[in-house]
Design a protein around this ligand. Sequence first.
Ligand code: PRP
Ligand code: URA
Length: 207
Amino acid sequence: MQLTVVDHPLARARLSRMRDERTDNANFRAALRDLTQMLVYEATRELQLAEEPINTPVTGTTGYSLAAPPLIVPVLRAGLGMADTAHRMLPESQMGFVGLARDEETFQPKAYMASLPESLVGREVFVLDPMLATGGSLVNCCTLLTDRGTTSITVLCALAAPEGLKRLEESGLPLRIFTASVDQGLNDKAYIVPGLGDAGDRQFGAV
Ligand code: PRP
Ligand code: URA
């Protein structure tokens, strides 16, 4: 597993806006969109390019496009707030969806939907979920993806807890993780500390 912490002044500022309990739903969503842009930018640095000759109005030159745009997979519900920004930056990508909800007593994730291509053999996948807490949700989601044949998963999250990172590392899944912060740890309700609360509720309201 490869871990990259995107520690940039703009990322810290947006993350602070998300952490602040005074930030309302609309401003939380806006800050998450900005942060997603930074995470996608860093995570796509090594994507392969295809070359083709193009003409500018002045002369001929070499043009570039993504050789194999990754499949984008937001984890519902909270990952939805990252989906549009990631898709705007990777407009050629397809998007799949995984729905997971964590039982707040056992902290175990329950999968309630998956809309994914049948085969992911040879495909790179970008998973979007703002929160990596115990890691249960991401292990569940990424296992669905490797079961379909992918060997390359990049996870983009706003915040990660050391406990979740350890669990992902021990899972042996083929992962790269990009996060804006590794926080102190989890509290007794498996919330990230200092964290930002419930990322789904902070975007969409408590249901
Ligand atoms: C949150 C978050 C992750 C999960 C992280 O989702 O978006 O998917 O918790 O926790 P874990 O690492 O301990 O599994 P939640 O289950 O609250 O669902 P929601 O997005 O619908 O609010
Ligand atoms: N899910 C969240 O939304 N927040 C946490 O801190 C942990 C899990």
